[in-house]
Ligand binder design. Structure first.
Ligand SMILES: Nc1ncnc2c1ncn2[C@@H]1O[C@H](COP(=O)(O)OP(=O)(O)O)[C@@H](O)[C@H]1O
Ligand SMILES: [Mg+2]
Length: 107
């Protein structure tokens, strides 16, 4: 069966004041439709980095992400994320926050 989500040879290196910092190296994951997968690891091991790359919110340094056979090149309505901290615009109402995304896509 073709996986719904494929992360292949994923790598992420950040440039820091102390030189390159390798956060994710050769990470591979295949998730089929209906599968429930947890990524477990200590704080700072790179879980959010991997998820943000899968969301298209962060660029991989190596490798790539395929969703339903198509390469991820940015955020899309075929993927969703629930952030750990509030990611709403506080000066907008709840409805306006929802409309922001909907209108961005369909408006
Ligand atoms: N923009 C960035 N520049 C440099 N280092 C970063 C950046 N973003 C995250 N990091 C570092 O990458 C590591 C992994 O972070 P993260 O993916 O948030 O870990 P986790 O979600 O597993 O706790 C941490 O050491 C963090 O400090
Ligand atoms: Mg995290």
């Amino acid at each position: 069966m073709i996986p719904l989500l494929e992360l292949t040879s994923l790598g992420k290196t950040y440039a820091t004041g102390h030189g390159p910092s390798v956060i994710v190296k050769d990470f591979n994951l295949r998730v089929s439709e209906g599968e429930f997968v947890c990524i477990v690891g200590h704080s700072g091991c790179g879980k959010s980095t991997v998820l943000s790359i899968a969301m298209g919110l962060n660029d991989a340094t190596e490798g790539g992400v395929i969703v339903a056979g198509r390469e991820v090149i940015g955020p899309g309505l075929d993927r969703g994320v629930v952030f750990q901290s509030p990611a709403l615009l506080p000066w907008l109402t709840a409805r306006e926050n929802v409309l922001l995304a909907v209108e961005h896509r369909w408006g």
